[in-house]
Design a protein around this ligand. Structure first.
Ligand code: SF4
Length: 473
């Protein structure tokens, strides 16, 4: 059981990286993990191939988890890396990735971003057959299935495809099988994964911004259901034919990904600006100044200000060195955490009608504190505008929003949520507005936590486009 719950924002999930090069890769992998750090802060790890797979792992941020000497000493031209935030499995070093197993075929290392929906069923079935598991992580199931299959096929690509036919859910994988490196994206492409060039080879990463940092360039996104083999001089694409459509997570554009990443063809920053513009059209308000919740609401607020013609001002200063609010163990501490993290700039807020813009509201308790903070700084009115529709349902695909009772929008109208926040008014973006701003068809996005309709069958939930029983009568 997790000790604390996500509060202001859901926590991100994980970041993966894979590389094949003509020179040692451990330092490139370390830099990639630092760039992907926003996707996971609990643990970090690197595996390289050098006559077998060698790994280093640790708890915390990449630069805390991995020692400089260990990184330098980890020599190998092929490798994978991982930063983790657990959505399944507890936060312990045993669950840190890459996970490595030894087989007759050779060593296998795995880094996983996402969540396997049928993990419990697979694990129970395997336990009945006598399999034993060391961790509580769904990623262990993935590597054990793969290792077992390779023992039978002796063919890494065939075994990866067999694996993809068995597991269901969201997965972007970096896999090293003996001295071969693969990047794999689930058949709906729920979690992001892209391939690019580095100065000395080819790589795959959760986000394209990694290639900017490594002095390389993005080539393209990995397609849903595609296996890509990375070689020092080329990439090889293997189409599995397993993709039945696309369902990219809308939350990557709204909050999770870095604003400077391209995701499935769309620059995240541009999507957020458009979200803000659309929000201004759908939820206008007569006010004096648009103030972002730093850093998450910044691009949305810029778009809102631009479309509304209102002044944009930084009215809240963020202390970058205070830990995230949700690590505080109880409600009282969380309140202190918000105050420690944000300080109002009184001259911006005093006697003003303020529009506070953020990307999303999960519980609403932090936003309530911020509204009070702004009011105490002398604001005449505080209007809250949100760059996504109300979150009403859990995520089963790798974002830590697990139960309906945690959401501000559960059992409340928008007006009631506004009252709970003590805001003068509250306005959310519509689902149609969000889809239009992201710039993909609704049928190519996962909107499950907004619509309660999921792209993959989840026990007890409705599948997207599922016809209701009464439509047959
Ligand atoms: S349910 Fe929501 S957070 Fe989860 S993958 Fe779908 S859109 Fe993303």
């Amino acid at each position: 059981m997790r000790l604390t719950e996500p509060e202001h924002h859901p926590r991100e999930e994980c970041g993966v990286f894979a590389i094949a090069s003509v020179s040692s890769v451990s330092i490139d992998i370390f830099y990639a993990l630092r760039i992907l750090q926003h996707r996971g802060q609990e643990s970090a790890g690197i595996s390289v191939y050098n006559n077998g797979i060698k790994s280093i792992k640790g708890m915390g941020l990449a630069h805390q988890a991995l020692k400089a000497d260990d990184i330098q000493n980890l020599k190998g031209d092929l490798g994978i890396g991982h930063v983790r935030y657990s959505t399944v499995g507890s936060s312990t070093i045993e669950n840190a990735q890459p996970i490595v197993v030894s087989t007759n075929y050779g060593d296998i290392a795995l880094a996983h971003n996402g969540e396997i929906v049928n993990a419990d069923k697979i694990m129970n079935d395997l336990k009945k057959k006598g399999w034993a598991f060391i961790t509580s992580s769904d990623s262990e199931i993935v590597i054990r299935l793969l290792a077992n299959d390779i023992a039978n096929t002796g063919d890494p690509i065939r075994s990866i495809r067999n694996l993809m036919s068995t597991i269901q859910g969201a997965y972007s994988l970096a896999i090293m099988i003996d001295n071969r490196v693969f990047a794999v994206r689930d058949p709906y492409g729920i979690r992001p994964l892209c391939v690019g060039r580095t100065k000395t080879g080819y790589a795959a990463a959760s986000e394209s911004v990694v290639f900017d940092t490594l002095g390389g360039e993005l080539i393209r996104d990995v397609e849903p259901g595609e296996i890509v083999e990375l070689l020092p001089g080329e990439i090889k694409s293997i189409k599995t034919g397993l993709s039945k459509g696309q369902a990219h997570c809308m939350f990557e554009w709204v909050y999770i990904a870095r604003a400077d990443s391209f995701m499935d063809g769309t620059l995240v920053y541009e999507a957020r600006r458009r979200i803000g513009e659309q929000l201004a059209k759908e939820q206008p308000v007569d006010a004096d100044v648009v103030v972002p919740i730093p850093d998450s609401g910044r691009s949305h607020a810029m778009g809102y200000a631009e479309a509304s013609g209102m002044r944009y001002s930084e009215g809240l200063m963020k202390n970058r060195y205070v830990e995230r609010t949700f690590i505080m163990p109880d409600q009282a501490d969380r309140t202190t955490g918000v105050m420690l993290k944000l300080n109002p700039i009184k001259s911006v807020l005093k006697d003003k009608r303020v529009v506070l813009v953020d990307d999303s509201i999960v519980r609403g308790t932090t936003m309530r504190k911020i509204v009070q903070l702004v009011r105490n700084a002398g604001a005449k009115e505080v209007h809250v505008r949100v760059g996504s529709p109300p979150i009403i349902a859990p995520c089963y695909f790798g974002i830590d929003m697990k139960t309906r009772d945690q959401f501000a929008a559960t059992g409340r109208t928008v007006e009631e949520i506004g009252k709970m926040l003590t805001a003068d008014s509250l306005g959310y973006l519509s689902v149609e507005g969000l889809v239009g701003a992201i710039g993909h068809n609704a049928s190519d996005l996962c909107l499950g936590c907004l619509t309660e309709e999921y792209p993959i069958p989840v026990p007890g939930e409705k599948v997207r486009y599922q016809r209701k029983l009464d439509s047959f009568t």
